[in-house]
Design a protein. Structure first.
Lengths: 199, 199
DNA sequence: AAGTAACATTACTCGTGAGTAATATCTCAT
DNA sequence: ATGAGATATTACTCACGAGTAATGTTACTT
């Protein structure tokens, strides 16, 4: 009764998931046909329904996979205790870099969970709240200007990440490192040239 | 032969356009049914095809309407000649504010042209290039740090605008003015508190 | 008042694509 | 080697929604 059970099935299921992820990411939900997914996975239509109750169900599963990984990432990359002021830029840069790397690692899931899903707005709202919380702590500690709303800053940061992910990261034009350093440089120090700033 | 010709027809057409804009903005292209559009416009299905060759055609017309207005806006809001250094923040803030007001004025078109359309990425690319061009001029003039890529800054700015438009502007949570001043404050001066910056 | 565009309707077609019923094969435990 | 569950297939159904054919009505021009 307990053989190497379900191995083949799991493999088929995984193939379907991978094919679905790619199709959804490239064509969106409606343009993606179940018939195409199964073709890519080397199966036929009814096999699909052996593993998923509906087309929506696969999509949701992919969205949830993204959400779960995202939460895992955030959970593991909490800001640690007291930091020296000089270290703040580096720490922020590293955090942003880690995030870009995460997005780059699973491009299909990123496209689905961050841009295609109806839930995407909700997911980003969670993300923003978390970032705002972390930034507020740094602000309390005196590292950031006290007249800025960290909620707004978090929104801006996420907006920037979204934009750059779509136009630079996913197309492979720029690396997580270079994007992170440019973004953080801009956000921490601002655009104005020093002579005007330090006046 | 030349009566008050086409008046009724134009009105029906406008009603269809308006209904389509609202439906597309709220439900997206595929979830929007021609049957729903015509119902909202107080007409029946074939009347729709009296004015538009297809569902796609209305969508495209709305996207183009957005694009056209956007280009008009940009064309009219060119940066003028030499500005005093102290005026730069104000001018930038005004430009961003104008842009937010533009987006707020036609929320449905904004949603369609900036977020729903397949062409949206292309439209943003154009926009970014234009902003980058303007910012580069200011940079040449010494107002902005010379070590920043204005192309990247433009991308960041657009990313921020996208995000805030979706989460704050269109839902009516914040005004164009407050959003513009917060965004520009952040981008020009950065997040770091002064004691660290001026070190 | 009558002819003619313009504007609109009722009643269809028809492709597409999600999902299913019935059936077949493969693989392992006994 | 055989029965049983797991894995897959062939051959459908069926709803939905875009687009159309045929026809009717309105309103203005002469």
């Amino acid at each position: 009764m307990a053989r190497e059970k379900g191995l083949k099935g799991m493999e088929s299921r995984e193939r379907l998931l991978a094919a679905a992820a790619e199709e959804f990411a490239n064509r969106g939900f409606h343009e993606t046909k179940v018939s195409t997914i199964v073709k890519r996975a080397g199966l036929t239509q009814p096999a699909f329904y052996l593993y998923f109750p509906s087309k929506e169900a696969v999509f949701d599963e992919l969205v949830n996979a993204f959400r779960t990984r995202l939460h895992a990432l955030i959970g593991s990359s909490r800001f640690e205790a007291q930091v020296e002021a000089q270290d703040v830029p580096k720490r922020v840069r590293m955090a942003v870099e880690t995030f870009f790397r995460f997005l780059e690692a699973t491009p299909h899931l990123t496209r689905i969970g961050l841009f295609l899903a109806p839930k995407a707005e909700e997911i980003k709202k969670e993300l923003i709240a978390l970032i705002a919380f972390n930034l507020s702590a740094e602000q309390q500690a005196g590292y950031f200007r006290s007249d800025l709303s960290m909620k707004t800053v978090a929104e801006c940061l996420v907006g920037i990440v979204e934009r750059l992910t779509l136009s630079q990261l996913l197309p492979g034009i720029k690396s997580p490192e270079s994007l992170a350093s440019q973004v953080v440089d801009l956000l921490l120090y601002g655009m104005l040239s020093m002579k005007h700033t330090s006046a």
